[in-house]
Ligand binder design. Sequence first.
Ligand code: ATP
Ligand code: MG
Length: 420
Amino acid sequence: MTTFRAPKGTFDLLPPDSAAFLAVREAMARTVRLAGYQYAETPVFEDTALFKRGVGESTDIVNKEMYTFTSQGGDSLTLRPEGTASVLRAALQANLHKAGQLPVKLYYSGSYFRYEKPQKGRYRHFSQVGAEALGSEDPQVDAELIILAVDAFRGLGLTNVKLLLNSLGDATCRPVYRAALQEFLRGLDLDEATRARIEINPLRVLDDKRPEVRAQLAGAPMIGDYLCEDCKAFHAEVRELLTDAGVAFEDDPNLVRGLDYYTRTTFEFVHDGLGSQSAVGGGGRYDGLSELLGGPALPSVGWALGVDRTVLAMEAEGVLEKETSRVEVFAVPLGEQARRLLFGVVRDLRRLGVSADIVFGTRGVKGAMKAADRSGARYALVAGERDLADNLVQLKDLASGEQIPVALDQIIPTIKEKLS
Ligand code: ATP
Ligand code: MG
């Protein structure tokens, strides 16, 4: 018999680990909801052209990592490799930017797909929580988003997340810098592919991780020296707001990020417990993306946090809580009459918001008690023929082993009181 396995570069989320994963995702979402970000969900696939244009033809994502397929109807579709282009597309399509006050603040949470070389922390199917503020040029929005991400990581108990910060300039100063950088790079000893990249997207060369390239980049012109007055003031304001918020950051002039559409503020969150896949999140301002997608001018900023890597970072710091308890109450009926009675008790407990489960089928006492223990429940409700004849059930505290008889009509109030 053949057995199937999850595709290469993917993994399944199953209990008991799945609970922590879900909790991380929810904690991130909760943090941005506190700031008025509202949930957005877009299709898992989009027109291929959206990502080609919105992520950029010269990026690794578009060139090497997309899952692109032709539908039965002949359309070229791509599994989403990131969230920003889709969310902006959706907001523009629904005219959210015309509906009310700007910025439109949206968050999302879900699966993303990139054809990558699988390694720890780098998967072909992974999970992100993202937040985007569409339609504001206020540096307070950049600061708000960065602070929220920091708060999310802190809220999860992480203490070793480092914030790297840079500004990429805007349409005024970026081209001047770009030309200066190109001139510098053309003078280096680089392979053909990298030379080609100098002409298409020279900033990306700064991101090259190979030591032989890194060594030559030492004297490269820095964007910080080229920022125009507006960009300088903007960046200074973001930095000040972060400092006021008690958020530490490190300037990283080489932080250009993988995507073409970033302007001004760019940032990345890195964790040192993850080996080479150290980025747990990243984002930045993308003032030009809306127009690139055929929309109006809509200066925006956003980030995406990697849920999988955040979970790994929490494991590395020893702050990941494993779920040990499935339910609070576990019923162990001994005999047919008890089965019927406790089935009803469990049903009523659930209706009152108390999590409860019951042993199904007919099992011996030993097996049934083992199931109760394994559920992680705080209390077992045990009832046999003799208890029922006396109108009783036994309520057992599974941690202490202490057992007390409880009258049938007192079961629910007693449990509710003990759990409160
Ligand atoms: P990297 O430099 O590690 O490739 P990236 O710049 O491609 O990251 P982004 O596009 O900024 O990543 O995505 C935001 C976050 O999503 C990353 O910081 C990371 O935590 C997570 N992420 C990106 N790609 C993957 C992947 N293949 N597997 C798991 N998590 C990922
Ligand atoms: Mg990548």
